[in-house]
Design a protein around this ligand. Structure first.
Ligand SMILES: Cc1cc2nc3c(=O)[nH]c(=O)nc-3n(C[C@H](O)[C@H](O)[C@H](O)COP(=O)(O)OP(=O)(O)OC[C@H]3O[C@@H](n4cnc5c(N)ncnc54)[C@H](O)[C@@H]3O)c2cc1C
Length: 427
């Protein structure tokens, strides 16, 4: 059973058994088998088999510190599938955004907070893929993050600069030997207090985004301090507030010098947002898998509650919305994969620019979808959706923060309104 031993079980054995990870995966697979290519369906099943066995072998109740599981998950090649990572000496197959979608679906059904935490490591991986320049230490960091030996985080947001991320206050002062000294504060970094490697953005002139640089930092260095921020909706995920005090970054760790940081920040944003889209959709499917099984088994007034229009119809609506957005996201993932293949693993600048509006459209709608579907599913399950016997309470918490991270709802709306203006001028 999910949840702590000290609390009483609310859902009867028969239904809880039916809500097993294996059965919830089966629900998902039945929905996807006719729309996925066999290589992705097979990969999804492989990842699911790993998690089913992993959960059973370790008697996992999803109350544990999930960071301890990451090395074993990394050994399976399940930290990220965005790339084959040939440069890091690996050759993960299948790879690309569709494969990443499958990886996240399997991981989220197993443990939603783990899936979100691992997502922040992926955000540290992406800049290293683009900017390792075959420098040994960068390749080493890349490999350690992909294989789950080490944990990553990405430091953009500051206590006084959230949505206005470009006007940073954290400074990077260049030294004669080409190293930089960082001073400042960051906040809300997913994995902040657990991370071994951090990718930090800082400016040589406060408030001037044109002077931004991008730095790889080993968090064991002097001058890095991380304290834990408590986010009660995701209590097992470590989120940090970091203080940099004369944190020295040697030359070979500078991924982008002053002037390049801003471009590096924006080049990865589309893939980051698509990653969040995938996570949001996975949360919606996870909630649906619980509610569909539960509502087919729970009886009131001598009937399965699914048979009442008040339950079956809204559940059908949430299912339709989730499937529609899944199809849209899969389509964009396929386009990205085709382009990545044609252009040796990097997105052409023009496409990356055009993708900006699509990424914002999908990010804003999928965050809303996740919040609504998770809430409605929990609501349709009654008390069973609110107690800790299943992952529903986890999904309720996590789905409530998805509009905030990766650019808030208003920032996505702002990007879309700018795009509409641009399109109007093209007519
Ligand atoms: C769980 C979690 C994990 C996170 N992980 C990371 C991470 O790994 N790395 C990282 O660097 N950051 C991370 N963040 C930070 C996240 O990206 C920021 O919270 C987000 O960018 C918003 O910044 P803020 O919290 O300072 O809010 P603010 O920017 O202060 O915004 C407050 C409100 O004002 C609105 N607003 C602001 N400006 C405008 C405007 N121009 N027009 C209209 N409305 C506006 C916002 O939309 C929001 O509703 C995380 C946050 C959370 C909650």
């Amino acid at each position: 059973m999910v949840g702590k031993d000290e609390f009483v079980q609310c859902i009867k054995d028969e239904i809880l058994e039916k809500l097993s990870l294996r059965n919830r995966y089966n629900f998902l697979n039945i929905n996807l088998m006719s729309i996925l290519k066999p290589k992705y369906m097979n990969f999804l099943r492989e990842a699911q088999n790993f998690y089913v066995k992993f959960e059973k072998r370790n008697n996992i109740t999803h109350t544990e510190d999930f960071y301890q599981w990451i090395p074993e998950i990394g050994e399976q090649g399940l930290i990220t599938r965005v790339n084959p990572f040939v440069d890091a000496g690996l050759n993960l197959q299948p790879n690309g955004m569709v494969a990443e979608f499958m990886r996240v679906l399997a991981t989220d059904f197993f443990d939603p907070q783990l899936a979100m935490g691992m997502g922040a490591t992926v955000l540290a991986v992406n800049p290293l893929v683009l900017h390792h320049e075959n420098i040994d230490i960068r390749l080493q960091a890349l490999k350690e993050l992909i294989t789950g030996e080490k944990i990553g985080c990405i430091c953009i947001t500051e206590p006084e600069r959230g949505s206005d991320a470009v006007h940073m206050l954290t400074t990077a002062d260049e030294q004669e030997d080409g190293s930089y000294i960082l001073n400042g504060e960051k906040i809300y970094q997913t994995n902040g207090t657990k991370a071994d490697w951090a990718v930090i953005y800082a400016v040589t002139e406060k408030n001037n985004g044109n002077t931004m640089g991008q730095f790889l930092v080993d968090t064991s260095w002097a001058g890095w301090q991380a304290e834990r921020v408590n986010i009660p909706w995701t209590p097992r995920m470590h989120v940090g507030k970091e203080t940099f005090t004369n944190l020295r970054v040697p030359k070979e760790y500078v991924l982008g010098g002053p002037g390049k940081g801003r471009e590096h920040l924006f080049e990865g944003l589309n893939l980051e947002r698509l990653g969040i889209v995938i996570l949001n959709i996975a949360e919606a499917w996870n909630a649906l898998s619980h509610a569909v099984i539960y509502c087919n088994m729970r009886e009131q007034f001598d009937q399965a509650i699914l048979k009442y229009q008040g339950v079956g119809f809204p559940l059908g609506d949430q299912w339709a919305k989730t499937m529609n957005l899944t199809l849209a996201a899969l389509h964009i993932c396929q386009i990205v994969d085709e382009k990545l293949e044609q252009h040796n693993g990097t997105l052409p600048k023009q496409l990356n620019l055009a993708l900006g509006a699509n990424a914002s459209q999908l990010k804003s709608q999928s965050a809303k979808l996740s919040e609504r579907v998770c809430y409605e599913c929990a609501n349709l399950m009654g008390g069973a959706g609110a107690c800790d016997n299943t992952l529903m309470h986890d999904l309720l918490g996590i789905s409530r923060i998805q509009e905030m991270g990766g650019g808030t709802r208003q920032i996505q709306q702002y990007i879309m309104s700018l795009a509409l203006r641009k399109i109007f001028k093209m007519i």
